[in-house]
Design a binder for this molecule. Structure first.
Ligand SMILES: Cc1cc2nc3c(=O)[nH]c(=O)nc-3n(C[C@H](O)[C@H](O)[C@H](O)COP(=O)(O)OP(=O)(O)OC[C@H]3O[C@@H](n4cnc5c(N)ncnc54)[C@H](O)[C@@H]3O)c2cc1C
Length: 376
């Protein structure tokens, strides 16, 4: 591997690392991205591509950042399409959260009230409660067992494998040196200053190192396991293919969702398994529970052709919030990881925040709740 000396070394070629590498290279910085395997094949590929707002009761800084990132998405995807010709197929499809009992509907109502007078891009209320008749009028395949639903007009989707292909091509165009099959083993440290990384093939110097290794992030430096713990949380997914798109919106209840793609594919996700370690595989139990919950929402999918199953590891943190910013005690090391269930949603803003950190630009929010080192 012939790597040049770069201003920036990015560790990890998922949606976070690629978005950051592209953003920084567009500013004229020389960027080298080191990927253990191949880019865009880990959690970012396994994800469902749903771009959903945070729970409406949350008013904290991370929730505001999440909303800002979602607002950046249409432009982010337009730019990527212009730069590469690969359209990530961003689509503001909306979502229907289904309720099966009064308690469920009451909880949705409370979410709607918490959202206040938020509006979606087309000016309509961001959240609206529907009775069962209206629910089935707008999405006739929703089960008649539902008693109502909440429509969330802020939810969008993106074809994440296309987004990743587009990001890789954009990085290439803007001069990012991408080194695949280059696992980073540890940081090169001089006192408290991180001066580069050691890979299987040798040392790579760099001015600033940006850590975006997803679920594996705190495996790289031992001290990071205490400072900013990241643990893998497995998610299993299942894919069906119909002749044409069966419904327009994402249909969900709790952590189960059905995502209709334009070409008739329907994704059903996802399990949330914090005890599976780094094992990436499907299990009969995981798939059975997905099928049971998915068919409860849309029973007519029972005969749909099942075309694939897969799994991925979300980068989980103790408070489910990411780590974005300089790592205390490690001068020259910036973390951008731990995005758990929302890494796709957070990617454009994460790239902005990392650029701000490098350019030492102040941000208009207190970012303490997403800073690495908040656990001591
Ligand atoms: C089933 C499932 C469904 C999901 N659905 C959604 C969704 O609908 N919407 C949403 O916003 N989010 C979703 N997520 C979460 C989202 O996928 C993650 O938050 C996001 O992909 C994290 O991106 P990342 O770049 O940090 O990690 P990854 O995509 O995992 O990338 C990390 C990269 O780092 C590399 N790496 C690791 N160690 C090293 C090393 N030592 N040296 C070099 N490279 C290394 C890995 O090989 C990998 O390529 C889902 C996740 C799963 C698993």
């Amino acid at each position: 591997m012939a790597t040049r000396t770069a201003d920036i070394l990015v560790i990890g070629g998922g949606v976070i690392g690629l978005s950051i590498a592209r953003r920084l290279a567009r500013e004229g910085l020389t960027v080298t991205l080191l990927e253990r395997d191949v880019c865009g094949r880990a959690a970012s590929w396994a994800a469902a591509g749903v771009l959903a707002p945070p729970n409406a009761h949350r008013k904290d800084a991370a929730a505001i950042l999440h909303l800002r990132s979602l607002a950046m998405y249409p432009r982010f995807c337009e730019e990527l399409t212009e730069e590469t010709g690969i359209d990530p197929q961003y689509e503001p499809c909306g979502e229907l959260e289904v309720a099966f009992d009064e308690r469920g509907l009451e909880s949705l109502r409370s979410d709607m009230i918490a959202a206040g007078d938020r509006r979606s891009a087309d000016g309509r209320p961001a959240f609206e409660i529907h009775d069962v008749a209206e629910t089935r009028r707008i999405e006739p395949l929703v089960t008649p067992q539902a008693i109502g639903s909440m429509e969330c007009r802020e939810t969008a989707q993106v074809r994440n494998p296309r987004l990743l292909a587009s990001l890789c091509a954009a990085c290439d165009k803007v001069g990012v040196q991408i080194c695949e099959q280059s696992p980073v083993e540890h940081f090169l440290v001089d006192g408290s200053r991180v001066k580069g990384v050691r890979t299987r093939d040798g040392d790579v110097p760099g001015g600033t190192v940006v850590l975006c290794a997803g679920a594996w992030s705190s495996q790289i430096g031992q001290a990071l396991q205490k400072l900013m713990p990241v643990r893998p949380v497995r998610g299993q997914m299942l894919l069906m293919k119909l002749d044409r798109r069966p419904f327009r919106r994402v249909i969900s209840r709790g952590k189960t969702y059905l995502v209709p793609r334009q070409d008739g594919h329907v994704l059903l996700g996802a399990t949330e398994e914090a005890d599976a370690g780094f094992v990436i595989r499907n299990t009969p139990k995981g798939i059975a529970s997905l099928i049971e919950k998915g068919l409860r929402l849309v029973p007519s999918l029972a005969d749909a052709p099942l075309v694939a199953t897969w799994a991925g590891l979300r980068p989980g943190t103790p408070d489910d919030l990411p780590y974005i910013g300089g790592v205390p005690g490690f001068e020259g090391l910036i973390a951008a990881t731990g995005h758990f269930r929302s890494g796709l949603s957070f990617a454009p803003l994460t790239a902005e925040l990392v650029f701000d950190e490098i350019a030492k630009r102040p941000y208009d929010l207190d970012l303490a709740s997403i800073r690495p080192g908040r656990f001591g």
